[in-house]
Design a protein around this ligand. Structure first.
Ligand SMILES: Nc1nc2c(ncn2[C@@H]2O[C@H](COP(=O)(O)OP(=O)(O)OP(=O)(O)O)[C@@H](O)[C@H]2O)c(=O)[nH]1
Ligand SMILES: C[S@@+](CC[C@H](N)C(=O)[O-])C[C@H]1O[C@@H](n2cnc3c(N)ncnc32)[C@H](O)[C@@H]1O
Ligand code: SF4
Ligand code: SF4
Length: 353
């Protein structure tokens, strides 16, 4: 990976020692926490209507953890038994020198302490990065794409260019990355395009996952205008497709079916109509080092101060342990039809979904 290191002005990556396997952390409800989602930046080159306001104020750069700090933070979680890391954002691939972090974290794959390092991305930068991601040990990625129609894509993402995303998808597949498409189901926007998207994804050998809109962050317009329960979508799809349930893999948010007509897998992520909190296995850290124990709650723990303390490692481990004891049973999402307020004030881009 000389090319990446030459482009980077980051410190050389120190070798990581192999360590014996650590048992995952257990939360108050007996759930194993083995998955960390890391929002590496709150910035993005899109402004999706369900995720951000058009006129967003981003965090001052001085508040962000450096890439070295993010690497130390992730390593502390791996020391605590985390086995899967997903980088997200904002858009993870717009963070400067992000490949340095991916290379550093990839060392944990090599020594077997991490089972999976992956990303959720809007796909806009994949043409540039797909090959390097595959070379650094990333095996699969999730790409968010809500429509195949250029005008609708513009209307949803405000700033995005569908052509670049399509080119990014091709680059990812050419690089050997397994791709899953994430589609937020939006009433009156893409709801009638879903069968076509399923055929497109499955035709390209990609799984597709449908997602219910979650009420996070103040956005323009009315949440109830966008919200579409996936129970409705599934009923409609069953008129066109034969769907057979695939046994649920504990920990994942999606329930999958096999679609007979396409031979592909279709997932339903239903935080509102059928939540999956009972088997939750994950926590999230933001680019400022704030740990959110649940996507759908406001409670958080500051890990930046212990990370930066001179006696860092022990304090950090202690802060993580304490936070896990506060992991709630589930979220507080409701589509508030009376007050039209989000259930959680922060935008999705802070915690990365
Ligand atoms: N409510 C809730 N939504 C989640 C959770 N994890 C992921 N999601 C949502 O599911 C959607 C897809 O998430 P991804 O980033 O693709 O991750 P994933 O589905 O966990 O990934 P896989 O490893 O492929 O199962 C996003 O909109 C997330 O916000 C969760 O723990 N709770
Ligand atoms: C916040 S984005 C961050 C990663 C990357 N920028 C992307 O779009 O894939 C992660 C995921 O959250 C989803 N998402 C954002 N806002 C959402 C909302 N209000 N409800 C449901 N999913 C949402 C996006 O569609 C995307 O799949
Ligand atoms: S969903 Fe992803 S691409 Fe869209 S605005 Fe949010 S962070 Fe950006
Ligand atoms: S909403 Fe919270 S508890 Fe439920 S699955 Fe997501 S993170 Fe876990």
């Amino acid at each position: 990976m000389n090319s990446i290191m030459e482009q980077s002005d980051m410190a050389a990556i120190a070798p990581i020692e192999t360590a014996s396997e650590t048992a995952p952390m257990i939360d108050p409800f007996g759930r194993s926490i083995s998955y960390l989602r890391v929002s590496v930046t709150d910035r993005c080159d899109f402004r999706c209507v369900y995720c951000m306001a058009e006129d967003m104020t981003f965090l001052p750069k001085r508040d962000l953890l450096s890439l070295e700090e993010l690497e130390r933070l992730c390593t502390a979680f791996i020391d605590k038994g985390v086995r899967k890391l997903r980088l997200t954002g904002g858009e993870p691939l717009v963070r400067r020198n992000i490949m340095w972090l991916i290379e550093a974290l990839g060392r944990h794959l090599e020594n077997g302490r991490l089972e999976e390092l992956t990303l959720t991305t809007n796909g806009s930068q994949l043409e540039r990065y797909a090959h390097d991601l595959a070379a650094l040990g990333v095996r699969r990625i999730n790409v968010s794409l809500d429509t195949l129609d250029h005008d609708k894509f513009k209307a949803i993402t405000r700033w995005g260019d569908l052509g670049r995303v399509m080119a990014g998808l091709k680059a990812a597949q050419d690089a050997g990355l397994q791709v899953k498409l994430n589609v937020v189901a939006l009433k009156d926007v893409n709801e009638h395009e879903i069968p076509e998207m399923i055929r497109f994804a499955h035709g390209q050998g990609m799984d597709l996952t449908l997602i219910e809109t979650m009420p996070l962050g103040e956005i323009e317009g009315d949440r109830t205008d966008q919200y579409l329960p996936l129970s409705t979508v599934r009923t409609r799809l069953s008129e066109r497709f034969t769907m057979t349930d695939i046994p649920y893999k504990t920990g994942g948010p999606a329930r999958y079916v096999e679609v007979r007509e396409t031979g592909g897998r279709l997932g339903f992520i239903t935080p509102l109509t059928h939540n999956f909190c009972e088997s939750c296995n994950r926590v999230r850290v933001t680019c400022t080092g704030t740990l959110f124990m649940c996507l759908g709650q406001e409670d958080a723990a500051d890990l930046r101060a212990p990370l930066r303390a001179s006696e860092g490692n022990a304090l950090l481990a202690q802060a993580i342990d304490e936070a896990i004891t506060r992991k709630p049973k589930g979220h507080d999402f409701v589509i508030d039809r009376h007050h039209r307020r989000p259930a959680v004030a922060r935008h999705m881009s802070m915690t990365g979904g």
